[in-house]
Design a binder for this molecule. Sequence first.
Ligand code: FA5
Length: 339
Amino acid sequence: MEKKLRELLENAKTEIDLADSMDILESTRVKYLGKKGELTQILRGMGSLSPEERPVVGKVANEVRETIQVLIENAKAAIRDRALERQLESEVIDITMPGKEIELGNKHPLTQSFDELKNIFIGMGFKIAEGPEVETVYYNFDALNAPANHPSRDMSDTFYINDDIVLRTQTSPVQVRAMEKMKPPIRIISPGRCFRNDTPDATHSPMFHQLEGLVIDKGITLGDLKGTLEVFVKAFLGENTKIKFRPHYFPFTEPSAEVDASCFKCGGVGCNFCKGSGWIELLGAGMVHPNVLRNGGIDPEEYGGFAFGMGIDRLTMLKYGIDDIRLFFENDMRFLKQF
Ligand code: FA5
């Protein structure tokens, strides 16, 4: 029986040496050491041995089992190592290969306008203030002196989240928020997104951008508003640009005006761009209404101020001669790369 065991070990060794895959090694293990394997078969014959022989054969059987187990484990480890080596060899990085070219984008034209406008106003001593895009009805309408029946409050003009919360329709709510937080003198601009329930067309987008301006101090006059806007327009649209104030109505300013710039395409003579008038509408502006100052906690007897709000999308369209606002939001690289 001992001889049989030694023979079994030799056979197993040869098979393990020849095995070149995990599957073959596993079936070799089952063949020799499994429940119905050859070793078990031989050990079944132990009953016929004398009591003296049994421990001797038992010891040899254990040695054979352990040796086969160790040989199989070693062979499996060698196969794993070879596989890893092959994988590492095949995955060697060729550092001499030319890299993939990464295409650099450029700033969106609206971002470029915002950067330019911020520079101009920071140069005049303005600071940047921010307000939320999801705004309360109080800050978007009530605090801005908008009467309860003002048409802009209608569901057909404003996106309501619920009765008290809206997507802001303008950047003007930042005026009162700034007054609450800061003490005069206040000189801020506030750029950002606005939302209106407008049907998209060449000049309307339900999401668009405005830049709000607010100055509060003692002795501020309409002349300060005109001077500030003149500096801005010349810097943004060109030295020769002129501005014109047209009377208008906004609930939060009194007096209020719409401000036009002389057409920078034709210099004011009249062309296709300005529809022959020589002027292009730029923004809304006016002297801050006393009620708005009061809502912001500022005494209108002591302080006054001016505010203005411009549509950045339309301003950028005018500056670059873009004829459809929707182009800004379509992410077409052929369009965006031109700026
Ligand atoms: C206002 O929103 C006032 N808050 C501006 C203001 C501020 C006046 C401070 C006085 C003092 P208005 O509704 O006119 O005003 O909008 C201002 C600009 O936003 C417009 O001239 C236009 O350029 C832009 N705008 C309005 N609706 C849209 C839209 N749907 N798509 C693109 N631009 C728009």
